[in-house]
Ligand binder design. Structure first.
Ligand code: ASP
Length: 417
């Protein structure tokens, strides 16, 4: 088994996890317990904790080295604009797919949510308004941002620090650059060790998902699940591969197989942040993107560029409006498109982050929180599989972004093939 490629090991672990999970689901009907079960799922918890351990230093050192490596204002401006343009267009594409599908399929019409479980929105820590997302990016205390895992704050400060490094005397900048590059290297090295543990971690995570998730609710909102899953599939199987093919001329299949380990990790962890170390490894080692580009585009992408989440925000709010029987005007739909985009930027790369951000969008179009909370309670109950899928879409889009930007900067992708 250990001679197999990592992604095959992960896929096999997924299969075994699903099998064990099903046994527990049947035996315990959604409330699994017992020492063996605890042991298996703690493998997943350990894996996630190990990945999280490297995230903050990895994102920080990666962006500082990336930005300072890109060099002065002109290069940074050019690559930054490309990155921003890529994030924006692909996220908008995803939102439009969500908008179109939800309007055609109308998954919320006639759905009776009843009292399936309401959601306590008073504990939510979402920003008060869409503008807040932008303001929140600026940390008042970078150390605090790092210790509380505030990714937008960390990214903002890291970009500034990287720019600052290109502007000071080389006597100082060389020392600091060496320090940050060395820190980044060592974080990547630790990552390699952590990733070896991925199959066991994934086994634990998948076992838990399958063992606790009941299937009853799924039937009630089946159309909703299918709509989102359909939209995500269109984006990951048609839109993103087309962008890749058009801009690089390379068969997208190659890229799917290069990214297999990262996709499997995203699927099982539901966290773009936790997957980031694997994404960086796949994009650099398999697709051949330089560290200069990947260390800039990927860590930012993990937090800011979330195509799957953007699609979900838009489709989710339209679903809520359909359940509530509210007919949305074109201007409200436009507000949804814009706030869905901002919500996807503001959503952290952690499980279910996208779901809670939906409140931002519903508030922007004036829905009552209390009504929405009941529906979101139900959406939360069935969120995990959708979260797994949208996280895959999120990180796949980041990887395509890094590849097309690298290509446009004259790099050769897949040099060994
Ligand atoms: N779990 C997703 C991610 O980490 C965010 C979301 O909930 O949509 O990319």
């Amino acid at each position: 088994m250990f001679k197999l490629k990592l992604h095959w090991q992960i896929f096999i672990a997924m299969g075994i996890g699903a099998f064990i999970g099903l046994i527990y689901q049947n035996l315990y009907h959604g409330v699994p317990e017992g020492p063996v079960y605890q042991l298996i799922i703690s493998l997943g918890t350990i894996f996630i904790r190990l990945l999280k351990m490297v995230i903050v230093p990895l994102i920080f050192t990666s962006i500082v080295t990336g930005v300072s490596g890109i060099g002065g204002g002109k290069n940074l401006g050019r690559i930054g604009m490309k990155t921003f343009f890529y994030y924006l267009t692909t996220s908008l594409c995803a939102i439009l797919i969500g908008l179109t599908l939800t309007n055609i399929i109308q998954p919320g019409v006639g759905v009776d949510i009843g009292n399936q479980g309401s959601f306590d929105y008073s504990k939510l820590q979402t920003p008060g308004s869409p503008a807040d997302i932008l303001i929140r990016m600026i940390p008042t205390n970078p150390i605090q941002a790092a210790s509380s895992g505030d990714m937008l704050g960390i990214i903002f400060f890291a970009i500034f620090l990287g720019v600052g490094l290109t502007r000071i005397n080389t006597k100082y900048s060389n020392t600091l650059r060496d320090f940050f590059s060395a820190s980044f290297e060592v974080m990547m090295n630790i990552t390699q060790i952590v990733i070896k543990f991925a199959p066991l971690g994934v086994l634990g995570l998948i076992t838990k998902v399958v063992a606790v998730t009941g299937f009853g609710l799924f039937a009630a909102v089946g159309k909703y699940i299918l709509t989102i899953a359909g939209g995500l599939s269109i984006h990951i199987l048609i839109v993103l591969p087309s962008v890749f093919y058009l801009l690089t001329g390379i068969n997208p299949r190659k890229h799917f197989s290069a990214m297999a380990s990262a996709l499997a990790t995203a699927f099982s962890t539901s966290s773009s942040n936790a997957t980031l170390p694997v994404t960086i490894r796949c994009v650099e080692n398999n697709a051949g993107v330089s560290n200069k580009i990947s260390s800039f585009v990927l860590p930012m992408g993990a937090t800011i560029n979330m195509d799957g989440t953007a699609l979900y925000e838009c489709a989710g709010v339209l679903f809520i409006s359909q359940v509530l029987g509210i007919d949305l005007s074109i201007s409200s739909q436009l507000i949804i498109v814009i706030t869905a985009l901002l919500a996807s930027v503001g959503a952290a790369g952690i499980p279910s982050a996208g779901l809670v951000m939906i409140f931002i969008v519903t508030q922007a179009v004036g829905f009552q929180d209390a009504d929405v909370a009941v529906i979101i309670g139900t959406m939360l109950a069935v969120d995990r599989p959708l979260d797994m899928m949208r996280t895959m879409v999120n990180i796949f889009s980041d990887s395509i972004g890094a590849s097309v930007i690298a290509k446009s900067e004259g790099e050769t992708l897949y040099p060994n093939q």
